[in-house]
Design a protein around this ligand. Structure first.
Ligand code: FE2
Length: 219
């Protein structure tokens, strides 16, 4: 069970809602969405392996703000990253209430998982895992950090999305443009160019960090 909602959680919920409202016009103006009729077919977001670091136990604080952990005095270390986008069905319609989960390494490349050999050194101020529910227009948003690097992989965030009605869950990974390790990454390099583009976030500067746009199309 989650602990009772704190004042900080409530403030963050308001902040996230405000970000979504502010992002509204920008999302509508995005090339991927502009002019696309609601019923347009969209290619399904490619699936990728779950990997070994999905949390073995969901942490008590599992909200959409990974920069703050309930009970921890310091915020997460690293570059703040605002990961946001729209969840749609293959017919182009938005999926309100879709559930989105992310899990990722901290700024030093360490996962919240007993299988990570460096677990003892992980940043206690970074949540490592979070959940969001898409709003009425299918939009979701997380506050997190740019994930740190660890041996053998390029920079990435693990993501799982599922329609509110259940079924049709997608597990995949979010990549970043212009990363030196992208060309050598065993999972990224095997993708066709259109699939690779679909899994690469649109990264732009944001106040105090980076914005990463990542839309999701479920089957
Ligand atoms: Fe990973």
């Amino acid at each position: 069970m989650r602990p009772a909602t704190t004042g900080n959680d409530a403030a963050m919920t308001i902040l996230l809602r405000r970000r979504l409202i502010l992002a509204g016009p920008a999302l509508l103006a995005a090339p991927a969405l502009a002019g696309r009729p609601a019923a347009a077919q969209a290619p399904r977001t490619p699936a990728q392996m779950e990997g070994p670091y999905y949390p073995r136990a969901i942490p008590d604080d599992a909200d959409a703000d990974l920069l703050r952990v309930a009970g921890q005095p310091a915020p997460a270390r690293g570059v703040p990253l605002f990961l946001e986008g729209v969840v749609r069905a293959a017919d182009g319609s938005a999926l309100p209430g879709a559930r989105v989960e992310i899990w990722q390494a901290d700024d030093q490349g360490i996962y919240l998982h007993p299988g990570d050999a460096r677990l003892a050194q992980r940043d206690p101020g970074f949540q490592g895992f979070g959940r969001a529910v898409a709003d009425g227009a299918g939009r979701y948003a997380f506050r997190t950090i740019r994930p740190g690097l660890y041996p053998g992989r390029t920079r990435h965030i693990h993501l799982r999305a599922q329609p509110a009605a259940g079924g049709g869950a997608l597990t995949t990974q979010v990549y970043f443009p212009d990363e030196p390790r992208n060309e050598g990454d065993m999972l990224l390099r095997r993708l066709a160019p259109d699939q690779r583009a679909a899994l690469t976030a649109r990264v732009t500067p944001a106040d105090g960090g980076l914005r990463a746009g990542f839309d999701i199309v479920l089957a």
